[in-house]
Design a protein around this ligand. Structure first.
Ligand code: C2E
Ligand code: MG
Ligand code: MG
Length: 572
């Protein structure tokens, strides 16, 4: 042990030093209280022996000063005194001492007291380490090793104080992994955990050492940037994060492509105070998600208003189905050459009591987010089957009905059975039904939806690839999936007359699709020129406002009737 001995008597000092050395300890001698305080700081002893009576500063005062220096670093103190009475003992303990040794002392007593002190000291160190570990545990996230929500809440308060005091601009970034729930549900929590870990690692690699990062929810992370010159700097960091996080992940034999959405709120800023800072970053993050994910957004006052409306919309969507506000529309799909309706697409619409008709482009993603899509999707399928039965029984037997499917629905393992049952109950042939799947979802989720799609295909239900051209898939790659139809996205069709690139793309997709044996449908035909172009280039099928708007159930019944009677199928 390293023992600091303070005694102003040279003889006693030498005596103790000799004894201690004999007992195998290292000695740091001090000839006064002042020197002892200094040596305590510079040489960090394991034990201190203080003579009570010293000139200038007595042992008690010396102990008091040592104790005041470092509350965390407890070192045992033994007083050395000629007379030990009750009053002295009390004084010593009050000053921070731990034991007494009377002069003259025996070496055996000295050794025993040191051993006892050492034991206490060891225990004290263990306790200190355990406390440190516990405090680290209570502030870190066990899975990723970054800080947790608790520490985030504490740090936010500290940072606000720091910003107010030193007039610093701070940025809070809320980062959410897009579609993480899907990975967790389909590939299991093990892969989900690996992904979160890798995600946290990559996030850290984008930051400086003094930036703060925490996981504050399942797949939600928060970052506080402490020293930024302008809000734009936070945007630069967000850009970097989005890029790094979108690089592919190789986890447990799976190749995953992920994206993230980031919301940024700076403090202080005109719309952000200490009460709403966190909430504003969250609102900005939701806005990024609404804008199609894989992007970052700053908080603005307008967003706050939008957010309130969004919350209202969410509330009313939850009850829309029960209140029978959802209904189906049917858009005819024509054989373009024969100008004859051969199929129809079922579109789900929402008649909001105050806001009127709300586009599925708005409420379907919302339903996905809120976990309502399974129920809504099932309702659409069931209603479509019921309607198909009605028409089929009325004698209209040669049409195909396409129903849009959300990627989430593919995760329902019992979807094929459900569809089979619906068809069985309605007594309609499976060939009447086709399911539309967007290209991006088919591609991203192909590894876990393949099985479900194959089963649906085995039932005899067709599968169409919707919005083709917006993803990055090649037709040959998609050949793996049991797809029967591809629908060229309306963005390309709208440009075929004015943009030679779009024209080229559409021409080649039609040619390739025809060669590979897919039915090819052009979406969004709005002009006679577009229609002619498609006919000239052998696109067999098409839909669009130029041909028909989506129709109500009554209008569609009339059209089916006309169709059967062999009347012209073109509205114009
Ligand atoms: P989608 O599957 O690509 O459906 C075609 C959309 O294009 C429909 O929009 C339709 O009204 C619109 N459209 C048709 N012809 C034209 C045209 O000539 N020009 C233009 N600009 N648009 C045209 P809608 O009804 O707003 O549906 C939007 C999207 O919402 C659908 O795109 C589909 O992805 C989704 N959706 C609709 N119903 C459902 C549903 O029941 N379930 C799911 N999961 N998604 C649905
Ligand atoms: Mg569709
Ligand atoms: Mg489409």
């Amino acid at each position: 042990m390293k023992i600091l001995v303070a005694d102003d008597s040279k003889t006693t000092r030498a005596l103790i030093t000799e004894s201690l050395k004999r007992l195998g300890h290292e000695v740091i001698p001090a000839s006064s209280g002042h020197e002892a305080v200094e040596l305590f700081q510079s040489s960090r002893p394991d034990l201190i022996i203080l003579d009570v009576i010293m000139e200038e500063m007595d042992g008690f005062e010396c102990a008091r000063r040592i104790r005041a220096l470092d509350a965390n670093n407890w070192v045992p103190i033994i007083f050395l005194s000629g007379a030990v009475d009750d009053e002295n003992i009390a004084k010593g303990i009050n000053a921070g001492g731990d034991d007494y040794l009377t002069k003259p002392f025996s070496e055996i007593t000295l050794s025993a007291k040191i051993k006892a002190m050492q034991r206490i000291s060891d225990m004290q160190h263990q306790l200190f380490e355990a406390t440190q570990k516990l405090s680290a545990l209570s502030s870190t996230d066990a899975l990723t090793g970054v800080y947790n929500r608790l520490q985030f809440d504490r740090t936010i308060k500290e940072k606000i104080y720091y910003s107010n005091r030193y007039n610093k601009l701070l940025a809070l970034l809320f980062i959410d992994l897009d579609n993480f729930k899907m990975i967790n549900d389909s590939l299991g929590h093990y892969v989900g955990d690996l992904l979160l870990n890798e995600f946290a690692k990559r996030l850290k690699s984008c930051l400086r050492l003094d930036d703060f990062i925490a996981r504050i929810g399942g797949d939600e992370f928060a970052i506080i940037l402490s020293e930024i010159d302008s809000p734009e700097m936070a945007g630069e960091v967000a850009k970097k994060i989005i890029n790094v996080l979108s690089m592919s992940y190789h986890l447990a034999g799976h190749d995953l492509q992920m994206s993230s959405s980031i919301g940024i709120a700076c403090y202080p800023s005109p719309d952000t105070d200490q009460e709403n800072w966190v909430q504003n970053a969250d609102i900005a993050m939701y806005h990024a998600k609404e804008l199609g994910r894989n992007n970052f957004q700053y908080f603005t006052v307008d967003l706050n208003e939008q957010h309130k409306q969004q919350v209202n919309l969410e509330q009313s969507l939850k009850s829309a189905l029960d209140k029978q506000e959802l209904f189906l529309a049917y858009q005819p799909i024509l054989n373009l050459k024969a100008k004859k309706m051969v199929r129809m697409e079922v579109l789900c619409c929402w008649k909001h009591p105050e806001q009127g008709i709300i586009s599925p482009n708005i409420f379907i993603p919302l339903a996905e987010e809120l976990g309502l899509i399974d129920v809504i999707g099932r309702w659409v399928l069931q209603s479509a089957c019921n309607q198909a039965k009605e028409w089929f029984d009325a004698g209209y037997k040669n049409f195909k009905m396409s129903v849009n499917l959300s990627p989430r629905q593919l995760l329902q393992k019992d979807l094929p059975r459900l569809i089979d049952e619906m068809l069985g109950r309605a007594h309609i042939p499976a060939r009447l039904l086709e399911l539309e799947l967007t290209e991006t979802s088919a591609l991203i989720y192909s590894h876990f939806s393949e099985d479900v799609l194959n089963k649906i295909h085995d039932i005899g239900v067709g599968i169409a690839l919707d919005d083709f051209g917006t993803g990055y898939s090649s037709l040959t790659h998609l050949k793996r999936l049991p797809i029967s139809t591809i629908k060229i996205d309306k963005l390309f069709i709208q440009d075929i007359i004015v943009d030679s690139n779009s024209a080229m793309i559409v021409k080649s997709v039609i040619a390739l699709g025809n060669n590979l044996g897919f039915d090819v449908i052009a979406e969004g035909i709005e002009t006679a020129e577009q229609l002619q172009f498609l006919i000239d280039n052998n696109c067999a099928l098409g839909q669009g406002f130029y041909l028909y708007q989506p129709l109500s159930q009554i209008q569609m019944t009339d059209l089916l009737k006309e169709c059967k009677e062999g009347k012209s199928m073109l509205a114009k």
